[in-house]
Design a protein around this ligand. Structure first.
Ligand SMILES: [Fe+2]
Length: 113
């Protein structure tokens, strides 16, 4: 993993262990984690573009495009959470809840242990 300009470039370097030693499932998870990162990057790019765009129509198109990236991020995340039970258990305690986020995180971590 390395940075080119502001872009996280993982490409075939997404593996930190010899790919041939990794299971098919681990390679799928690695690809989906990279996809999740790319969707978060796209959300960030649109957020910044919208903040400086003066043309309302252009801004509306960017907002629509960012909405697509929310969906992509959510689908990637849900896929990963279906594969990683402890991650899912942790996030169940954090996401869509009111209250102190750090405390919810600690509760989620305890539940997953
Ligand atoms: Fe996307």
């Amino acid at each position: 993993m390395y940075l080119i300009g502001q872009t996280l470039n993982m490409g075939f370097d997404q593996y930190h262990e010899p790919p041939k030693e990794l299971s098919e499932e681990t390679r799928t998870i690695a690809r989906m984690l990279v996809s999740l990162i790319e969707e978060a990057e796209a959300i960030n790019w649109y957020e910044q573009r919208m903040s400086v765009e003066k043309d309302p129509q252009a801004k509306a198109i960017m907002e629509n495009a960012q909405q697509e990236e929310f969906k992509h991020f959510g689908m990637d995340l849900e896929f990963l959470l279906r594969k990683k039970e402890k991650w899912r258990t942790t996030l169940k305690e954090i996401l869509f809840k009111e209250g102190d986020i750090v405390k919810l995180g600690e509760k989620g971590e305890q539940k997953a242990d």
